[in-house]
Design a protein around this ligand. Structure first.
Ligand code: PMP
Length: 288
C-alpha cells in the first residue's frame, strides 16, 4: 500500500512521522474520513471544506489548496488501485518541541491513507443495531467544539469503551444538559409520526456529511426533517431510529437502553433511506 506523506507516495512500511509531531504528542491536528464508491470519491468537496473549517478553528494552516488536496486524495486512491474504500486524510500541527505551543511547529504534515473498509457486519444493516447510553458526556461545545473534527478523539473513545464494557458496540452520548448529542462516530436520527428528527449542532454533535445527505434524501422523499433537541425518552418512544456516518453509512438501530425501537426491526422509512443512500453513492461523486 502506498501512503501519501507531504507530497510523496511511500510504501506503508516507510510512512513515518516524527515522535515530536504535535499530532501525536497532543492530538493537535484535524482529519477527515472519506468514502470511495465505484471509483468515485463521495462528497469530496464537502469533506475538504469541513477539514478547512476545522483547521481554521485551530489556526492550523493547511499547506495545500482545496484543488491540490483533492488531487492528492484522488492520486492516492489511484496509486492503490482503490475502487471501493475509505480514505483517511490527516493534517497534523507538525514537528515542535515538548511544550504545548503550536508556534514552534513550522510545517503541518499532510497524510493520506487509502484502504478497504467494512465497519459493521451486513447483519447490522438488515437486522439493526443495539446501542446503549453511556456515562461519558459529549464534550461541552464551549470547551471544545465538537464541530471540529480533530485528532483528539478521547471523548468518543471513552464512550466507546463504556459501551463495549457493557457488551454493546456503539454508545449513545448525551450532552451536559442531558439531551442526545450523537454516537461515537455517527449522527442520530429518529422517525416519529411522519417526521424525521435529528439533533442540532448546538446539542454537541459533529455536522456530519452523511447527515447532510440524509437531509437531501428526506427532502426527495417528501418527509419533513427537523432539527430538535432530543431526549432519551424521545428515542425510546421513536417508531424508528438510524445512525449516519461516512464509515457506518446509514445503519438502523432497533434497541436503545434495553427498549425495543418500534417493533424491534429496521423500520420501513429507515430501509428506504438505506436504499436511497446506496443509489446516491453510486451516481454522485468525483471520478478518480
Ligand atoms: N459524529 C462523529 C463524532 C464522527 O466522528 C463522525 C464521522 N465518523 C460523524 C458524527 C458522522 O459524520 P460524517 O457523516 O461526516 O462521517
Amino acid at each position: 500500500m502506498k501512503v501519501y506523506i507531504n507530497g510523496e507516495h511511500v510504501d506503508s512500511a516507510d510512512a513515518k512521522i516524527s515522535v515530536f509531531d504535535h499530532g501525536l504528542l497532543y492530538g493537535d491536528g484535524v482529519f477527515e474520513g472519506i468514502r470511495i464508491y465505484e471509483s468515485c470519491v463521495f462528497k469530496l468537496d464537502e469533506h475538504l471544506e469541513r477539514l478547512e473549517m476545522s483547521a481554521k478553528a485551530l489556526m492550523l494552516k493547511i499547506p495545500l489548496s482545496r484543488s491540490e488536496l483533492s488531487e492528492a486524495v484522488c492520486e492516492t486512491c489511484r496509486q492503490n488501485g482503490l475502487v471501493d474504500g475509505y480514505v483517511r486524510l490527516v493534517v497534523t500541527r507538525g514537528i515542535g518541541d515538548l511544550g504545548l505551543s503550536p508556534k514552534l511547529c513550522e510545517t503541518p504534515q499532510v497524510i493520506i491513507i487509502a484502504d478497504k473498509i467494512q465497519l459493521y457486519p451486513d447483519s447490522y444493516y438488515t437486522d439493526g443495531m443495539k446501542i446503549i447510553t453511556v456515562a461519558t458526556w459529549r464534550n461541552n461545545p464551549a470547551a471544545l467544539p465538537p464541530m471540529i473534527k480533530s485528532l483528539n478523539y478521547l471523548n468518543n473513545i471513552m464512550a466507546k469503551m463504556d459501551a463495549q464494557n457493557a457488551g454493546f458496540v456503539e454508545a449513545l452520548m448525551l450532552n451536559d444538559r442531558g439531551c442526545v448529542a450523537e454516537c461515537t462516530g455517527d449522527n442520530v436520527f429518529i422517525y416519529f409520526k411522519g417526521v424525521i428528527y435529528t439533533t442540532p449542532t448546538s446539542a454537541g454533535n459533529l455536522k456530519g456529511i452523511t447527515r447532510e445527505v440524509a437531509f437531501n434524501i428526506a427532502e426527495a422523499m417528501g418527509i419533513p426533517l427537523k432539527e430538535a433537541e432530543l431526549t432519551r425518552y424521545d428515542l425510546w418512544n421513536a417508531e424508528e431510529c438510524f445512525l449516519t456516518g461516512t464509515a457506518a453509512e446509514v445503519v438502523p438501530v432497533t434497541e436503545i437502553d434495553g427498549r425495543e425501537i418500534g417493533d424491534g426491526k429496521p423500520g420501513a422509512t429507515t430501509l428506504r433511506f438505506i436504499e436511497d443512500f446506496r443509489k446516491k453513492v453510486s451516481i454522485e461523486g468525483t471520478m478518480l
